[in-house]
Design a protein. Structure first.
Length: 93
């Protein structure tokens, strides 16, 4: 068995560049794609990345769409029950 690195990636609805989110400064943030592309460029391919949502805003379908668009089985959606996620507040900006 080969050892792998497990990455847990915190995401939120703010990471959806298709949404009009006033909290997001699009001049400095380009969504998850640059991060995912960076992961895929790693010279060692023995890793899996599990992306989970940390807020209450609807984002699961879009996150799954973003991950599947990269066509890489190492990019996985990890469901976290809503009761363990806190609502986004002013301290999260």
């Amino acid at each position: 068995m080969t050892d792998k690195v497990c990455l847990l990636v915190r995401t939120a609805s703010l990471h959806d560049t298709q949404r009009n989110v006033s909290l997001l400064n699009r001049d400095v943030f380009d969504g998850l794609d640059p991060f995912i592309q960076s992961l895929k460029r790693q010279t060692d391919d023995k890793w899996d990345a599990f992306f989970f949502i940390t807020d209450h805003n609807p984002f699961a379908s879009r996150l799954k769409e973003i991950l599947s668009s990269h066509n890489d089985s190492r990019l996985q959606f990890l469901h976290i029950n809503r009761k363990f996620r806190k609502p986004v507040g002013k301290d999260d900006v």
